[in-house]
Write a protein that binds this ligand. Structure first.
Ligand code: ADP
Ligand code: MG
Length: 768
């Protein structure tokens, strides 16, 4: 049963109050065709909206199923509209972007009827209104009369007990009006139909009860309910709920009608994603490359222990920074003494036998090689043309080949150098010529071999087999009383049977991929055997022995001041004379990255519990390079990601605006959905679905474009750095970015979606 008791409704617009209904009491039978007549503004639509649960009364009561609706919850009203009421509007109110069939199905969709049942029922009612063949058309492909039939079919679809029609023929010509009225009369056979009209003729022809309104008041009723009439009829009320899939479908269809805009929006909001995708794939690639580089190359960069080490701790760097702080000028007539900066960062390592023994005990498996650079006093005599003279070379021109510690491990030279001709030296008499990546070598070295360096180039053959003469201290230095002096009879020295002949047995060049390590290493390389031999000979030489006993420089005759802080002078001269076993530089070549860690741990352990002066600091060359490149890359990544993140935020604001516009555009649809029983929640869902789709699109577009951009990026990077395929998009990153894009757009669209849900359905239906 349906009964209005003293219902009043006043609309307030600003200061103006308009009473639309004034104490209306009216009861309806379960099955009758009621026409409501009255002039415009008399409150007919308001009455219908209140009966239909679209609008709320101020005072009085609406009794449904003998139950007051005063305490009805919003969801109860939604269910009531969905299952009990079928609305037919003057302007049809069909949803334009979905098919006729979908329009008719919408009420059932909202109440959760299965897809197959929905379609069956929808086609049934469409057949009843004579539009079955038009089921797949869109509303705008139909005439007015046909659209109203669709609206009637929609009103009937959920099989409601009450049909509310608000001037259903108001926009139709008289012929079509008659057809529609016939249809409604037909429906009214087993339902309560309440129809508003201002066409008295139609009302009298079709309706079996006529109710007249004026100024919000009931003025006549042609067939009021008698006291003894049976009122036991009940209406079923079932809960409604829109599934997210329905919301998606609805929004997808809506979006389809504005493809261009959606695509542009999605593209614009994908720019942030593109940026981040590209940056991540680059940094990802660089990480992989750097990792590979570390493993391949940097691990073969030695850990260097030399007499001087840089103490580049963070505190030190900060300290240095303060020292160099030139910002403030001091207005004092004083001078501050300052320790030389170099002294502050340079640590003097006192390498001694103890330490060498410690180094020798490193697990051999961890190292590919170990090289000791000892001051070997290579007294070399050369014969250039007809003149004999000692060879003076830079330290860097002469290097010893690191000795292999483990038979299974390829020696560092073999790993890093290509032998271009000949072989690696294996005995103390054999030497190797190493050239740089462009086959260059110091002309001084070539001259030592009596090669004419005025020529543009020298063939490999020319240098192969060339010889140098090595002379030992006892021949090289002559004793004069307490002092020694250089033997200047170089020809005799050169031809002496004591001289050792060093012969070039091979030419080598740094491997192409190891260029960074070997580029500067051109010169003469000799075996450790030679070093051992020279040192053992020189150790026992007269000059070294004399020097060990003396407190002064036996070579130059200058006094040593032993009390001087520069205590190493005596030892330095002995090393200079090639009489010391203690190396000046130790290079440790770890097998790989992990073993390097272990080697470093081992070296650190030595320093534990030692005074700073007794500590031996090392320089990890590989780490210096990798931490530099790694941290630069990290910094760049962070900055770029931050920029892109800003564009993501901007795009989510944009999505908010777009969604807001969409809410404005879809206001009518919101009203229709609400009239069909959609809950506020469902409306939110519709717009969330829209932003979900846009977010997904923009995520996918972003990832696709980002991925496509990695190709040109790789071409550019390869041309700049020779590293192939650096930019790689990690699929996990791609997935996360799509999710981020969807989340951000949904956040952006959240407020407009909430606004949409709050819209008053009556107002929403009024908008055009
Ligand atoms: P009818 O359908 O009989 O033409 P209505 O029920 O639409 O009349 O309106 C009754 C009165 O209430 C009218 O004066 C109208 O201007 C006013 N009215 C209706 N809806 C609103 C509203 N949402 N806000 C303000 N006034 C309204
Ligand atoms: Mg009206």
């Amino acid at each position: 049963m349906l009964k209005l008791e003293n219902i009043s409704k006043t609309y307030t617009t600003g200061d103006f109050k308009q009473q639309a209904l004034n104490k209306v009491s009216l009861e309806f039978r379960k099955n009758e065709f009621v026409a409501i007549l009255g002039p415009s503004g008399s409150g007919k639509t308001t009455l219908l909206n209140i009966i239909g649960g679209l609008d709320r009364y101020d005072t009085g009561d609406l009794i449904i199923n003998n139950k007051s609706t005063k305490k009805f919850k919003t969801t109860e009203w939604d269910s009531y509209r969905n299952n009990c009421i079928g609305f037919i509007f003057q302007n049809y109110n069909l949803i334009g972007h979905i098919s006729i069939l979908d329009n008719v199905e919408m009420g059932m969709t909202l109440s959760g009827v299965s897809a197959s049942n929905r379609k069956k029922k929808a086609l049934e009612v469409l057949d009843r209104v004579g539009l079955k063949e038009h089921a797949h058309k869109r509303p705008n492909q139909l005439s007015g009369g046909q659209m109203q039939r669709v609206a009637i079919a929609r009103a009937l679809a959920n099989d409601p007990d009450i049909i509310l029609a608000d001037e259903p023929t108001g926009a139709l010509d008289s012929n079509t009006s008659v057809q529609i009225m016939e249809l409604i009369k037909e429906i009214a056979k087993d339902k309560l139909v309440i129809m508003v009209t201002h066409n008295a003729e139609l009302a009298h022809t079709y309706a079996n009860r006529i109710v007249e309104f004026k100024d919000g008041q009931l003025i006549s009723d042609s067939n009021p309910i008698k006291k003894n009439e049976d009122k036991k009829d009940k209406y079923k009320i079932k809960k409604t709920a829109m599934s997210f899939f329905t919301a998606l479908k609805l929004s997808f269809n809506n979006i389809r009608t504005k493809k261009g805009r959606t695509l542009l929006t999605a593209f614009a909001s994908s720019i942030g994603i593109i940026g981040i995708a590209l940056i991540l794939s680059l940094s990802n690639g660089f990480d992989i490359e750097i990792d590979k580089f570390e493993r391949d190359t940097l691990s073969s960069m030695p850990v260097m222990i030399s007499e001087q080490a840089m103490e580049m701790t963070e505190e030190k760097l900060l300290e240095l920074n303060n020292i160099n702080d030139m910002e403030e000028y001091i207005d004092e007539e004083v001078i501050y003494p300052q320790q030389p900066i170099v002294d502050q960062v340079l640590h003097t390592n006192v390498l001694n036998e103890d330490y060498i023994n410690y180094i020798e005990k490193i697990d051999g498996k961890l190292l590919a090689g170990i090289s000791y650079t000892r001051a070997t006093a290579l007294n070399i005599i050369t014969k250039v043309g007809d003149t004999y003279k000692p060879l003076s070379l830079n330290m860097t021109d002469l290097t010893s080949i690191p000795k292999k510690m483990d038979k299974d491990v390829v020696g560092v030279i073999e790993a890093n150098y290509d032998i271009l001709m000949g072989k690696l030296p294996t005995s103390k008499e054999e030497i190797l010529i190493t050239i740089d990546s462009r086959n260059r070598i110091s002309s001084k070295i070539l001259e030592a071999f009596d090669i004419d360096t005025t020529k543009e180039k020298v063939s490999f053959e020319e240098i192969m087999g060339k010889e140098l003469k090595l002379v030992f201290n006892d021949d090289y230095y002559k004793q004069l009383g307490n002092f020694f002096t250089l033997n200047t009879d170089f020809e005799a020295l050169y031809n002496s049977s004591n001289a050792l002949t060093l012969k070039v047995v091979g030419i080598a060049r740094g491997k192409e991929d190891k260029e960074a390590l070997t580029a500067s290493n051109s010169g003469i390389s000799y075996t450790e055997d030679l070093v051992d031999y020279i040192i053992s000979e020189n150790k026992n030489s007269k000059i070294v022995k004399a020097q060990m006993d003396a407190d002064y420089n036996v070579l130059t005759g200058e006094q040593f001041d032993i009390s001087n802080e520069n205590q190493t002078s005596k030892e330095t001269l002995i090393s200079y004379l090639g009489g010391s076993d203690i190396p000046m530089i130790i290079n440790l070549f770890p097998v790989d990255f992990n073993s390097k860690e272990q080697v470093l741990n081992y070296l650190d352990k030595y320093n534990e519990g030692r005074e700073i002066d007794d500590q031996i600091l090392y320089t990890d060359l590989g780490n210096i390079i990798s931490s530099l490149s790694g941290s630069i890359m990290d910094a760049i990544t962070i900055v770029l990601v931050a920029f892109s993140a800003i564009s993501l935020v901007v795009s989510s604001i944009m999505i908010g605006i777009i969604t807001y516009i969409s809410v404005l555009e879809r206001t009518k649809e919101i009203g229709v959905l609400r009239a069909l029983g959609a809950r506020k929640k469902d409306i939110t869902r519709v717009f969330n679905a829209e932003t979900f789709i846009i977010g997904l699109c923009s995520g996918l577009i972003g990832i696709l474009i980002g991925w496509l951009l990695t190709f040109p990026a790789n071409i550019i990077i390869e041309s700049l750095t020779d590293l192939p395929n650096v930019a790689k998009l990690n699929p996990v990153h791609a997935l996360i970015l799509i999710i981020i894009s969807m989340s951000l757009t949904m956040i952006g669209g959240f407020i407009p979606a909430k606004m949409a849900a709050k819209k008053d359905p009556v107002e929403a239906l009024r908008t055009e």
